[in-house]
Design a protein around this ligand. Structure first.
Ligand SMILES: Nc1ncnc2c1ncn2[C@@H]1O[C@H](COP(=O)(O)OP(=O)(O)OP(=O)(O)O)[C@@H](O)[C@H]1O
Ligand SMILES: [Mg+2]
Length: 417
């Protein structure tokens, strides 16, 4: 079911027990994320946080981008007072215009967007997988993220030093990819040694180990050919058995072409960007063009001056919304909503999740005691104006345990505890 391996936990760790018993309609929960508590009575609540790591060579604009996104995320979602957990980890809201529409219709007291956690990882250099430039430490930081945003320098500026002396996106991408590949090869080798020595007798575990071994052998071959692990088609059991290794080249990648402000209006004219575009499609990666410098300057401006500045550069909006939405999409995530007077909230699930699993994202009790879900598509909800009106029109459906939650569903769960 889950198409991607998420090393970072997907389901929110713990939720405070519900006070009431028996049949409930869901609403108002309290979530704990990474040891931080966001109570229902104070405004910020974070449903499920997935990590995206900003990766790249040194001095390509990673921190500039991180600061702009996090600063902007804060400004956009003032309901995240704990935005920055550590200096280089920030939480950003996933912009979604549907939230305000739903909130207006339901006259909600607050809006809670889905969120992403962004990690600014230090620059990698050639030899990182052998420990060069603290490489092993940085590579282990990458192991903990769910997706990789690889910043690729596409701007020329003699005042900004390039570690390899010239702007060359293909070379830069190759350096990073090779280090990730080396690191995975190293890890696979160690794991294979362990599996060789395994004395497992029980047949179930033996089968598992067999799956792991065959999966790893195929990945190893691909890596030796310079291809990422994600390019290998694995069986479900192979996929499952290798998940625990959190292989770096298994993670989805988005290239972030960092361009000069003069290239923002027509990025396709820049030969460096063209090169990154070709590589992105060849390597099945996402692509976003952005100017980290411009985004960072935008955060310094009062909001009324931002549009003017963007217009002077020939663009109509900041690239950050697109970057965050693309990251969310590349992770194979879907959004469903709950919407009522108290709040309208976007919940994050994986594509293919059933109604009970989606309910479990809010609270594990909702999954255990799931009875049914009342659900209506976003468009039908908006046309009707409310859940009650949707029910009267006959567009609010009652769905059971097998229902696969669809993008944009507005849901109400009935459950028993
Ligand atoms: N699009 C751009 N156009 C021009 N200059 C830029 C652009 N993006 C970033 N820079 C400049 O590049 C320099 C390096 O940026 P930054 O510190 O963000 O890099 P970094 O990748 O985080 O580096 P490190 O790996 O060393 O932490 C800064 O001076 C920044 O202003
Ligand atoms: Mg930096």
């Amino acid at each position: 079911m889950a198409r991607i391996s998420l090393c970072n936990q997907l389901i929110p760790s713990l939720l405070v027990p519900m006070k009431q018993r028996n049949h409930h309609q869901l609403m108002g929960v309290i979530g704990l994320t990474r040891g931080r508590r966001f109570s229902a009575s104070s405004s910020p609540k974070i449903s499920m946080s997935l990590k995206a790591g900003i990766v790249g060579l040194p001095n390509v604009g990673k921190s500039t981008l991180f600061n702009a996104v996090v600063e902007n995320g804060k400004a956009q979602a003032a309901n995240f007072p704990f935005c920055t957990i550590e200096p280089n980890v920030g939480i950003v809201a996933v912009p979604d215009p549907r939230l305000n529409v739903l909130s207006d219709l339901s006259k909600s007291q607050r809006v809670v967007p889905a969120s992403l956690e962004l990690v600014d990882i230090a620059g990698l250099v050639k030899g990182a997988s052998q420990g060069e430039g603290l490489g092993n430490k940085f590579l282990s930081n990458i192991r903990e993220v769910d997706s990789i945003l690889q910043v690729v320098r596409c701007f020329e500026d003699n005042d900004v030093v390039h570690v390899n002396g010239k702007v060359d996106p293909k070379d830069d991408i190759d350096v990073i990819n090779l280090e990730l590949i080396f690191s995975d090869l190293d890890q696979i080798e160690k794991r294979m040694e362990k599996l060789k020595k395994s004395k497992t007798k029980d047949s179930q575990s033996k089968l598992k180990e067999e799956s792991e071994r065959s999966g790893l052998e195929r990945i190893q071959q691909a890596l030796m050919d310079g291809k990422p692990a994600r390019s290998v088609t694995l069986t479900d059991s192979e996929n499952e058995s290798i998940k625990h290794l959190c292989l770096l080249t298994m993670k989805p990648v988005i290239y972030v072409a960092n361009v000069a402000e003069s290239d923002l209006a027509e990025p396709g004219e820049n030969p460096h960007v063209k090169e990154v575009m070709n590589l992105a499609s060849e390597l099945q990666c996402g692509l976003v063009t952005i100017s980290a410098q411009v985004e960072s300057e935008l955060t310094e401006l009062p909001s009324e001056e931002r549009t003017e500045f963007l217009e002077s550069l020939g663009v109509s909006e900041s690239g950050l919304g697109n970057l965050i939405r693309t990251t969310y999409g590349v992770l194979g995530l879907r959004t469903y909503f709950t919407s009522g007077e108290k709040e309208t909230k976007a919940w994050t699930i994986l594509a293919g999740m059933t109604a009970p699993q989606a309910a479990g994202v809010i609270h594990s009790d909702f999954e255990k005691g799931f009875i049914r879900a009342e659900t209506v598509s976003y468009d039908d909800f908006v046309a009707a104006g409310s859940l009650a009106a949707a029910r009267e029109r006959g567009v609010l459906r009652s769905e059971g345990k097998e229902y696969i939650v669809q993008e944009g569903d507005v849901m109400l769960f009935r459950f028993n505890v």
